[in-house]
Write a protein that binds this ligand. Sequence first.
Ligand SMILES: NC(=O)c1ccc[n+]([C@@H]2O[C@H](COP(=O)([O-])OP(=O)(O)OC[C@H]3O[C@@H](n4cnc5c(N)ncnc54)[C@H](O)[C@@H]3O)[C@@H](O)[C@H]2O)c1
Length: 239
Amino acid sequence: MRLQGKTAVITGGGRGLGEAMAKLFTENGARVITCDMAESRSGYENEEFYQLNVTDPQACKAFTEYAVERYRKIDILVNNAGITKDGMTRKMTDEMWNAVIAVNLTGIFNLTRFIGPHMEDSGGGSIILISSVVGEYGNIGQVNYAATKAGVIGMAKSWAKEFARKGVPVRCNVIAPGYIMTDILKTVPQELLDKFAAATMLGRLGQPEEIAQAALFLASDDASYITGTVLSVNGGMRL
Ligand SMILES: NC(=O)c1ccc[n+]([C@@H]2O[C@H](COP(=O)([O-])OP(=O)(O)OC[C@H]3O[C@@H](n4cnc5c(N)ncnc54)[C@H](O)[C@@H]3O)[C@@H](O)[C@H]2O)c1
């Protein structure tokens, strides 16, 4: 019960990594508000579903007001919602570029600009941003995605400084997952997935629960002296 009494917001928690986090966080005593633009799925005990598109700044503001009113304090924010729109640079359209920036980068700003200051004013908190092995090493056909996933590392390091500058323990860290079996990999050919698995030291792709365990650690007080850091959870992979 490492999150007993805490309230967590998880974006993109409708499925995949975010759902695994919602499950593990609630099992560890947290109340979880799962924000996703998709329709609600059946929830876990102590989980509330809130339909939110993180690209909408006004909706993010309204959500924060609602959550603070209802739960008084938000202790944990996991900025997990993310999309891919892959293509070689010569074929990448403005739409592909802008859509990925809007969700993966601006979407994180839209929510953290309200919840970060709330944590600062209410005694502390833990903010987690989900990057990717692609943000650390780059990848062919993913310049838009790589830009956002590298960008969130700069955002997290900036917020780790900014939100803690008055001595309030607001921590901000990044998880950079390797290739994890979720719907986001649906469009990646099996041949390429096999290649990625072979490129890890552990010789396999990851499971959503393995990212959720890393998030649980960073969200919990066990990580009380960890901020401004990137935790790579990728089986020892270098792209
Ligand atoms: N699975 C992987 O291999 C992997 C690797 C590295 C990083 N990541 C990152 O982890 C995060 C989660 O990925 P996943 O594999 O669970 O993906 P997923 O596609 O299975 O789930 C993403 C969720 O985000 C939601 N979402 C998308 N756009 C949204 C928006 N505008 N507002 C609110 N919700 C939105 C979707 O509805 C979906 O439920 C993403 O940021 C992704 O880039 C995933």
